[in-house]
Design a protein around this ligand. Sequence first.
Ligand SMILES: NC(=O)c1ccc[n+]([C@@H]2O[C@H](COP(=O)([O-])OP(=O)(O)OC[C@H]3O[C@@H](n4cnc5c(N)ncnc54)[C@H](O)[C@@H]3O)[C@@H](O)[C@H]2O)c1
Ligand SMILES: [Zn+2]
Length: 351
Amino acid sequence: MKTLRVNLPGREYDIKIEKGIFDESGSLIAKIHPKCKAAIITDSNVGPLYAKRLIDSLENSGFSPFLVTVPAGESSKSIEMLEFLYSELLKQGITRTDLIIALGGGVVGDLTGFCAATLLRGIPFIQIPTTLLAQVDSSVGGKVAVNLPHGKNLVGAFYQPKMVIIDPLCLETLSDRNFSDGMAEVIKYGVILDEHLFCQLEKTSSRTDMMEIIDDVVLRCCDLKRMVVEDDETDTGGRMILNFGHTFGHAIEKKYNFTDYTHGEAVAAGMVMAAELGEKWGITLDNSSERIRRLIKKYNLPDRVAIDKQSLADAVAVDKKGKGNTVALIVPEKIGKVIIKDTEKNSIWTQ
Ligand SMILES: NC(=O)c1ccc[n+]([C@@H]2O[C@H](COP(=O)([O-])OP(=O)(O)OC[C@H]3O[C@@H](n4cnc5c(N)ncnc54)[C@H](O)[C@@H]3O)[C@@H](O)[C@H]2O)c1
Ligand SMILES: [Zn+2]
């Protein structure tokens, strides 16, 4: 079993990664927390696949688990669902010495994490991510949130889990589209920080091949995210590089009403746009944008999505990473290295 230690003063935690580790969840948690009630929050797809095994594992280690299920899908990241969770957990008599466990993808992780951060002013929580996106991205770093009708992730907190338990075998039940969705974030890590990882991805040609090396790939991505988060826990500086492909990606998601393209698909096309812009500016060198485009296509992600200037302009205008008239665009210099380029908002589509 591989362990990564996330060192945030006073909020340290371990990420445990190994194929087949899922059924050891109870004993792993017992090492860091006394026996108690354990609320498992999951969704309507993941629950039927994995909840029983987690309940058994927790019971075998002396915990008293109970299950709360929310409907699968982004619409569960809402204030209404949060209230539902508060009320279900309070009905079960949960206290601050108990535990909350998120079992699912990024939706369950973000919703559960924000519930844990706020109910009774904070209850310890554990992440057991079951999508590739959640394993390499959302479960690490402590960003938790729900959406408002005004936009995504507008009510949230930085609240670190007590442990993250990652079993890459859980990815076997994902649809191909959802697997590819997560691959966009994996490719992102390669471009922003790790040429070796990028080359590894270039050498792999199918999901089956990828599953052969998935432990190493997930471990590497989590380690990269760990480094970035340790350096900038609350996202005021260096963490910004994780936004590579996301400024344009968010514009695409919005333009297509968050339905036609998944987050990963939009980010994939956004990464190509950022690299091609970088190439035009003379920043992105060494055929990097073409290599990014090829890799994206190999993982069945779109390398191009039609988007008009106005939609781009609207999205850039409200980008959270913007200040005044400029937006911080993440642009690759080469594979494994990006720069943050403050760019005039108006100049992006006139270049
Ligand atoms: N907190 C962060 O830092 C951060 C970072 C990136 C994304 N996010 C958030 O993550 C969310 C997206 O996460 P996601 O892509 O995991 O979506 P998701 O949680 O909706 O999961 C995608 C789908 O896969 C299903 N599923 C999950 N695990 C499965 C499994 N093992 N087998 C079969 N089906 C399974 C889910 O039920 C769902 O239908 C967004 O809300 C986004 O804002 C958060
Ligand atoms: Zn993302």
